[in-house]
Design a protein around this ligand. Structure first.
Ligand code: SF4
Length: 473
């Protein structure tokens, strides 16, 4: 669905390349393939072996690196980042990669995820004299790296990473080394690839396809990869904990052409749609998906149910980002600018509208209304994931419990609120089975916390939601 309209946003995408003569242009293309993970800011930091140089800015990748800005970034390696800014945490100081200069050398960090014990660590560091420049939890890692008594960067990184709890996929760059780390539960996707002799790392494999790189493997939970002119080494900073990859990456966030641990996202979404058709009964004439992320599930639902798939809703391309509008009327217009019903497809029909999730329910309500105004006789909303009942502490801006429609209402109450003729969700078991991971453990390698309220890491009273970060400054 349309992320910015419903309060469900990925926090970031990261990219890194080592050993290439054009690291900045390659990173630029890599960021394009990750743009859906964050549209509020982007940055690239390059090393030439002696100095780190950065270009960062607020806005889309195209805008940030316009007017020949990439030409300033010569070097042999780069790390890069796209960012979704949460409510209180926007501003250029929070755009990544964060860059720190000191007399002992420079350091840049790109992070995807959320460190759940950041407040606790930050308070301790401040007591010891650290002064923070940003509201980003990422800065905690920089201070921990600096404070460590170890002499080698690698040992300092291991010591610092061990102290962090939560979801993190880090790429760290110094003048002569790139390091890549994945949290012990492996919560955020992170893949390693090769482009000729150069090593590449990215949040999603779609970035590799765009630059012509080959996928080597996923970065493992608890792994620290060190890449420099001597080559690549894999170390561990922690034993892997039970795997808990973010299930919403499969359901909604990742691009359909990406693979996570060898499972293609489009195919997984099709299976979610098929599973949904097995679990529910609905009499209808036509199936349609809310573009773009629900199209795959809608095709799967259509194939398994035998109800024909049609393009009942189209996304209006080239519409810029509409920021939250103050009035209801303007908000409605915002949805209409982005989505249009195809009248000839839905008029007089019983329509199955497949969507991947419902957060507040306001957008679903508007789309149902739009389909009915276009003449749909009935609108049956089917959701290719279970109800979202609990907030996410791991880097996805899923609103607080109070804002989540499913945490306060029964399915019947939600149906009434969105004005649909029926509303159905996929079961948790059906979702896990359809995605097809085969990890050991009761959740088969998934984080299911926003559906079940069972969090894979400890959540302390100090834990903040991504959009509350500004409050703890
Ligand atoms: S709580 Fe939900 S959105 Fe957050 S990491 Fe877990 S599965 Fe993903």
């Amino acid at each position: 669905m349309l992320a910015e309209l419903r309060g469900l946003n990925e926090e970031c995408g990261v990219f890194g390349i080592w050993g290439h003569p054009d690291p900045a242009p390659i990173s630029y293309y890599g960021l394009h393939a990750l743009q859906h993970r964050g549209q509020e800011g982007a940055g690239i930091v390059v090393t030439d072996g002696k100095f780190l140089r950065a270009v960062k800015g607020e806005g889309l990748v195209n805008d940030v690196f316009s007017n020949g800005k990439l030409e300033k970034l010569d070097g042999k390696a780069a790390i890069a980042h796209v960012r979704y800014a949460t409510a209180g945490g926007s501003g250029i100081e929070n755009v990544q990669p964060l860059l720190f200069n000191s007399t002992t050398g420079s350091l840049a960090i790109a992070h995807n995820g959320n460190i759940v014990n950041a407040v606790h660590l930050k308070r301790n560091l401040e007591k010891q004299g650290s002064i923070f420049q940003t509201t980003s939890d990422t800065e905690v890692l920089a201070h921990l790296l600096k404070k460590s008594h170890h002499t080698s960067l690698e040992e300092r990184a291991k010591q610092a990473l061990k102290l962090l709890e939560g979801a993190f996929a880090f790429i760290i760059l110094t003048e002569d080394t790139m390091m890549v780390a994945q949290d012990p539960h492996g919560m955020r996707p992170l893949s390693l690839g090769k482009l000729g002799d150069a090593w590449v790392v990215a949040s999603e494999t779609s970035a590799f396809d765009l630059i012509g790189a080959e996928v080597i493997r996923s970065v493992e939970p608890g792994e620290l990869i060190i890449i420099n002119d001597k080559g690549l080494r894999s170390e561990r900073f922690s034993e892997p904990a039970e795997r808990a990859i973010c299930t919403m990456e499969y359901v909604y966030f990742s691009r359909p052409d990406s693979d996570i641990d060898g499972i293609n996202i489009h195919m997984a979404r099709k299976r979610l749609g098929k599973q949904l058709a097995k679990e529910i009964q609905v009499e209808a004439d036509v199936v349609t998906g809310v573009p773009d992320s629900s199209i795959s599930a809608a095709i799967g639902f259509s194939e398994a149910s035998g109800i024909p798939y049609e393009m009942g809703l189209i996304k209006n391309r080239y519409v810029g980002r509409t920021f939250i509008q103050p009035s209801q009327d303007l908000r409605e217009r915002g949805v209409k600018m982005k989505l249009s019903p195809v009248r000839q497809v839905v008029h007089g029909k019983r329509v199955v509208m497949v969507d991947d999730s419902i957060v507040r329910g306001t957008t679903s309500k508007r789309i149902v209304k739009m389909l009915k105004e276009a003449g749909a006789k009935e609108v049956h909303v089917v959701i290719s994931s279970p109800p979202l009942k609990s907030p996410c502490f791991y880097g996805i801006d899923i609103s607080t419990d109070e804002e989540l429609i499913a945490s306060n209402n029964s399915v019947e109450e939600m149906r009434e609120l969105i004005g649909a003729d029926s509303l159905s969700f996929l079961s948790v078991e059906g979702m896990v089975q359809a995605i097809g991971r085969t990890d050991e453990g009761k959740n088969c390698g998934h984080c299911l916390a926003c559906f079940t309220g069972e969090y894979p890491t400890s959540i302390s009273p100090n834990t903040v939601l991504p959009h509350e970060k500004e409050l703890v400054r």
